[in-house]
Write a protein that binds this ligand. Structure first.
Ligand SMILES: Nc1ncnc2c1ncn2[C@@H]1O[C@H](COP(=O)(O)OP(=O)(O)O)[C@@H](O)[C@H]1O
Ligand SMILES: Nc1ccn([C@@H]2O[C@H](COP(=O)(O)OP(=O)(O)O)[C@@H](O)[C@H]2O)c(=O)n1
Length: 229
């Protein structure tokens, strides 16, 4: 970038495609803020689990989320996630939250609440990279650049297994089944389903390493603001 980047870059896509790692690197390179909206839905899930509400009761879920003080950081180099003042950065990555997050995030009142907060956080930044499932379609429909990241299911399961330090083939197959279940849930919900925005650039990361994906997104960002790629 010759000057300072100003604008919004959105990264949506299924689990394990590289959204978080790519978004963080791109934000750092652009000198932009970074928002992990998945961490917000995961933190909301912590609040729901701790409130002990019935997971089939959408109203009770929404009440628990709106009663909680959920804070997330907006810088790429440190993960700050708290619920009612308690650091939950590790807990939100655990199996219990991962299993429960899709039903919680399918509740429309939860989405309204968190989308409002996402827009407020983004409004504070001159440049921002935001990752999630509905950022290009719903949260920031006028973003400067929209990326929809995909990768073959096997690659995604292997990456997630690598991240968790899992090598056992049986466990890798379970991880693949979990990813599939969550993606189906996220793609088929009525409110803000996972899908590419009409004007998103689809980037398939299957045969690319992380650095190549980051470079591709940076090129697209330079082009989007009228600089030579
Ligand atoms: N292009 C890539 N090739 C191989 N591994 C990757 C690539 N992009 C990301 N990874 C790794 O895959 C894992 C999952 O990436 P992550 O960014 O958490 O994905 P997501 O946010 O989409 O779930 C991480 O360990 C990350 O370092
Ligand atoms: N903008 C978003 C971001 C996440 N989510 C939900 O939150 C879950 C966790 O998101 P995440 O980005 O942390 O998930 P991973 O890609 O890291 O597995 C997703 O499976 C969705 O159910 C959402 O509904 N909308």
């Amino acid at each position: 970038m010759s000057g300072q980047f100003r604008g919004q870059v959105t990264l949506d896509g299924p689990s394990g495609t590289g959204k978080s790692s790519v978004a963080r690197a791109v934000a750092t390179q652009l000198g932009a803020a970074y928002l992990d909206t998945g961490a917000m839905y995961r933190a909301a899930t912590v609040a729901v689990l701790d409130a002990g509400v019935d997971l089939s009761d959408a109203e009770a879920i929404a009440r628990a989320v709106s009663a909680a003080d959920i804070q997330v950081g907006t810088t790429a180099d440190a993960e700050l996630v708290t619920v009612d003042g308690v650091d939950v950065a590790e807990r939100i990555r655990g199996a219990e939250v991962t299993r429960t997050v899709s039903p919680v995030s399918a509740v429309p009142a939860v989405r309204r609440l968190l989308v409002d907060r996402q827009r407020a956080l983004v409004a504070e930044a001159h440049a921002v990279v935001v990752e999630g499932r509905d950022i290009g379609t719903v949260v920031l429909p006028d973003a400067t650049l929209k990326i929809y990241l995909t990768a073959a299911p096997e690659a995604r399961a292997e990456r997630r297994a690598g991240q968790l330090g899992v090598t056992d083939p049986g466990r890798i197959a379970e991880i693949a089944a979990d990813l599939r279940r969550r993606d189906e849930y996220d793609s088929s919900r009525a409110d803000s389903p996972l899908r590419p925005a009409a004007d998103a650039v689809v980037v398939d990361s299957t045969g690319l390493d992380r650095e190549a994906v980051v470079e591709r997104v940076l090129e697209l960002a330079r082009t989007a603001v009228g600089e030579p790629a």
